[in-house]
Design a protein around this ligand. Structure first.
Ligand code: GDP
Ligand code: MN
Length: 507
C-alpha cells in the first residue's frame, strides 16, 4: 500500500479543447462521475496517468477479496466475526464409514413395535447425587424411554438408601435394579502399594490437577475403564447406554439406537469428542502405543484420530537465499545438539507418534459390552492398569476407552450420534432440526410433578422447537442457548473424527 503515497494527484492540464475532448463531452452530463474520471499521474514527471476511479477502486477490491476469503474459510477464526443471525452453515460428513441413523423424526410407535435389544441404562451414582439423577432420568424418559422402556441399572460403591431407590423408581415405568460394587472392582487392588498410590494422588492434588487429588475419582475412572461390564447386574446384557447425573437431552430420539447399532454392525457410539487435559494423562499414550506394538497391531484407520498430525516440513531454502545454511557434514551432525541426530527424540512421542489428547466423551456412551469383555480389551486394560497410571496420574475412562478403540477398532465400528442433542456441564452438542422431517409431538405429562401448572409448562417448553436448517439432522430439538455447540469450538475433536471417517462431504 506504500505505493499510494507516491501518487501525486494532478488536475488534467488545461488548454484549448482538442477533438478528443469533444468526444468526451457527452460524459459531462454526470458531473459526479466525472470526478472519478480525473486522471492522475503516477509520478510528478511521469507521462503515464490513470483515472482516479481506478486508483480508488483497486485497494477497495483487494480489501473486499481478503475479507471474503478469510471469512469463508471453514477453519478460519474469523468466523466468529460473522454477525449474529448468520451462523456458520452445517457441513455434511462423508458417509463412507458411518452415517446418521435417522435424519429428523420417525414415528416412535412404529419404531418400538419390534423387539427390544438386550440392553440397559447404566448409572453410577452416590446417594447425594439424587437430584442430578432425577434430572437425567426425567430427560431421557421424556425424549426417548417413554416409548422404549429400557431398564436401568444403578451402581454404587456404597449402598443406595431407600429414599434414593424409591424416588428414582417414581420417575420411570421401566424396570430398575440397584447394585453395589464390591471392593474387587473398586479401590486399590492388592498388588498395588496403597501408600505409594495415595501419595501419588496427593501430589496431583498439590499440583491442582483437576480431580487429581480426589481418591474416589481415581477409583471411579478405573471402575469405568475395566470393571463395570463385569458387574453381576450387567452380565445378562449385551448393550449399555451410559447415563450420568445432571445431563440433558435436547431432541426427541424416536428410534431404538441399540437396534440401529446392531443392524449397522457398530461397537461404540458417541455424541461428543473433545481434548483431554494434558496433565491428567502425561504417559497414557506411551502405554497404549506399547500395547499396540507388543501385539503387532496395525491401525484399522481409527488410531489416526488420536495422533497429532506431523508438522509440515519447512520448505528447504534455495541456495541463493541469504538465510540458507548448508547441511552439516555427517561427523558434526553427531555432536551438534538438536541437529538431527539421536538428540532430536521427543520424550512425548512413541514410535514417532504423539497423542493429540482427543477422546470420545464417555459420560455418554452406547456400546456393545462384549467388546469390553473381549480378550483384547481385557489385555489392554490390564497393561494400562499395571502401569499405575490410574493412581500416579489421573487417567480417565474416556481416553482409556478411546485409545483401546483406536488400537482395536476401525472407523466403521464407531457411530457418531450427530442427531442426539446432549449436554453435560458446560459442553453440549445440539443439532439443528432436519428440514421437512419433523413430526407432531405428543405431550408428555410427567406424573411426578404434582403442581398441575408446572407440569403443563414443563411439557409446553418442548412443544416449540428450534427452526429447521439445511443439513440439520435433529428431531424436535430445542437447544440451550447459553453455550454454543462443541462442534464449532476450540478443543473439539470433530475435525479429527471427520478426517478418519472419510472427510467432509460438503463445503
Ligand atoms: P465428571 O463428569 O468427570 O465431572 O465426574 P462426575 O462427578 O460426574 O463422575 C462421573 C460419574 O461417576 C457420575 O455418574 C458420578 O455419579 C459417578 N461417581 C463419581 N465418583 C463416585 C463415587 O465415589 N462413588 C459413586 N458411587 N459414584 C461416583
Ligand atoms: Mn459428570
Amino acid at each position: 500500500m506504500g505505493l499510494l503515497q507516491n501518487i501525486t494527484k494532478r488536475m488534467p492540464s488545461s488548454g484549448l479543447p482538442s477533438l478528443d475532448d469533444f468526444s468526451k463531452r457527452k460524459n459531462r452530463i454526470t458531473p459526479r462521475l466525472a470526478f472519478f474520471r480525473r486522471r492522475i499521474r503516477l509520478r510528478g514527471n511521469s507521462s503515464i496517468s490513470i483515472p482516479l476511479g481506478v486508483v480508488l477502486l483497486f485497494p477497495c477490491i483487494v480489501i473486499i477479496l481478503i475479507l471474503v476469503l478469510f471469512l469463508r474459510h471453514p477453519s478460519s477464526p474469523g468466523r466468529i466475526l460473522m454477525p449474529a443471525g448468520a451462523p456458520p452453515s452445517i457441513r455434511k460428513i462423508s458417509e463412507q464409514h458411518d452415517r446418521v441413523f435417522a435424519t429428523g423424526c420417525l414415528d416412535p410407535h412404529t419404531q418400538n413395535k419390534g423387539e427390544r435389544a438386550n440392553a440397559a441404562f447404566v448409572v453410577l451414582a452416590r446417594n447425594k447425587e439424587l437430584e442430578g439423577v432425577i434430572q437425567s432420568v426425567k430427560s431421557i424418559e421424556r425424549h426417548f424411554n417413554r416409548w422404549f422402556h429400557y431398564p436401568y441399572v444403578f451402581l454404587n460403591d456404597g449402598e443406595f438408601n431407600s429414599t434414593f431407590k424409591e424416588t428414582v423408581m417414581n420417575y420411570t415405568s421401566a424396570p430398575v435394579e440397584f447394585g453395589q460394587i464390591d471392593p474387587s472392582m473398586w479401590g486399590f487392588p492388592e498388588w498395588t502399594d496403597a501408600k505409594v498410590a495415595k501419595e501419588g494422588i496427593a501430589v496431583q492434588g498439590d499440583a491442582a490437577i483437576m480431580y487429581g487429588g480426589m481418591e474416589s475419582y481415581h477409583h471411579m475412572c478405573r471402575f469405568y475403564s475395566g470393571f463395570f461390564y463385569k458387574h453381576k447386574l450387567l452380565e445378562k446384557y449385551e448393550w449399555y447406554w451410559r447415563l450420568e447425573p445432571e445431563i440433558k437431552y435436547f431432541c426427541d430420539i424416536t428410534y431404538d439406537p441399540f437396534q440401529y447399532m446392531a443392524s449397522a454392525n457398530k461397537t461404540y457410539g458417541f455424541t461428543i469428542a473433545v481434548k483431554e487435559l494434558k496433565e491428567t494423562v502425561p504417559n497414557i499414550f506411551r502405554y497404549a502405543s506399547a500395547y499396540k506394538r507388543k501385539n503387532n497391531l496395525q491401525s484399522k484407520g481409527l488410531w489416526e484420530m488420536f495422533i497429532e498430525s506431523p508438522p509440515e516440513d519447512p520448505k528447504p531454502l534455495p541456495k541463493d537465499d541469504p538465510k540458507y545454511k548448508p547441511p552439516l557434514p555427517d561427523e558434526l551432525r553427531k555432536i551438534e545438539p538438536n541437529a538431527g541426530g539421536v538428540n532430536e527424540v521427543d520424550p512425548e512421542t512413541m514410535e514417532g507418534e504423539k497423542y493429540n489428547m482427543c477422546h470420545f466423551w464417555s459420560n455418554f456412551e452406547i456400546a456393545r459390552l462384549d467388546w469390553f469383555r473381549s480378550k483384547e480389551y481385557e489385555e489392554f486394560f490390564d497393561m494400562m492398569d499395571r502401569s499405575g497410571g490410574f493412581w500416579m496420574e489421573r487417567w480417565g475412562d474416556a481416553p482409556i476407552h478411546s485409545l483401546a478403540a483406536g488400537a482395536l477398532l476401525s472407523p466403521s465400528d464407531i457411530h457418531y450420534f450427530r442427531d442426539f442433542g446432549y449436554r453435560h456441564t458446560t459442553i453440549q452438542h445440539c443439532p439443528a432440526n432436519a428440514p421437512s422431517r419433523q413430526l407432531p409431538r405428543e405431550p408428555f405429562l410427567e406424573k411426578t410433578t404434582s403442581d398441575e401448572k408446572k407440569r403443563r409448562e414443563e411439557d409446553e417448553y418442548w412443544e416449540s422447537w428450534d427452526p429447521e436448517k439445511e443439513n440439520g439432522v435433529g428431531c424436535r430439538c430445542r437447544c440451550d442457548t447459553d453455550i454454543v455447540d462443541v462442534e464449532g469450538k476450540q478443543g473439539s475433536c470433530l475435525a479429527e473424527w471427520v478426517e478418519v471417517a472419510g472427510g467432509w462431504a460438503s463445503p
